[in-house]
Design a binder for this molecule. Structure first.
Ligand code: GSH
Length: 213
């Protein structure tokens, strides 16, 4: 299996962490999603990374779809719970992370990490400050209500895709050197420290730190 994208993408990290958790070997190939060449669009009509290449030169796109595929072909250890409600919760939290959490974190991460690593540029710190105030702080206020009292899996059923998706976005803050204030968001900070200490995340974060530029 080849994961086209690269560990700097939080969505590629989500897929890589899912593979690490399931003990699956993968090749990791950098693919910058610009420009939208015909070859790239042929791989993913949405023109986004990550893209999973499987046998027979077949491609699967979208991190959530890729994780659903991985679950079907390698069911153990499960990342999607059996219980229908917990299953729905795992999918919903995955979606929340990919949209809402990404909206709050993505701009800061782009300035502080992607601009430097991928485009060899400098962060616009005024833009970062504005995004921290207007994007990150409101979303962390919301997230604090979703996190359990004790740092550990988000769902009662145990470790799941919900944790993989949360960690994939929270890891962008770490890579962007943004600390979650333990005074204002104690549960989110403890959860972030817990999830990012998992061996799967450690491996993938090392890849992100060492990648490209
Ligand atoms: N819902 C998609 C989001 C993927 C995504 O937005 N990837 C970014 C890189 S982190 C991308 O390819 N952006 C290029 C673009 O939006 O044109 C997924 O989960 O895979």
């Amino acid at each position: 299996m080849i994961i086209h994208g690269g560990a700097p993408s939080p969505f590629a990290r989500k897929v890589m962490v899912a593979c690490e958790e399931k003990g699956l070997a993968y090749e990791d190939k950098v693919l910058i999603p610009f420009p939208k060449t015909p070859e790239f669009i042929a791989m993913n009509p949405l023109g986004k990374i990550p893209i999973l290449e499987i046998s027979g030169g077949r491609y699967i796109s979208d991190s959530s779809v890729i994780c659903a595929y991985l679950e079907k072909v390698h069911p153990e250890p499960a990342l999607l719970p059996d219980d229908p409600y917990q299953y729905a919760q795992a999918l919903f939290i995955d979606e929340f992370c990919d949209t809402k959490l990404f909206e709050g974190i993505g701009g800061i991460y782009f300035e502080r990490f992607i601009k430097k690593k991928v485009f060899n540029g400098e962060a616009d710190e005024a833009a970062v400050e504005k995004q921290i105030e207007e994007g990150l702080k409101p979303v962390l206020d919301q997230v604090e209500g979703l996190i359990p009292e004790k740092a550990g899996p988000l769902l009662d059923s145990g470790f799941s895709l919900a944790d993989v998706a949360f960690g994939a976005q929270l890891s962008s803050l770490k890579l962007a050197s943004v600390e979650i204030d333990a005074g204002r968001w104690p549960k989110t900070r403890a959860y972030s420290d817990w999830i990012l200490a998992r061996p799967s995340f450690q491996t993938v974060l090392e890849k992100a730190e060492g990648s490209i530029a």
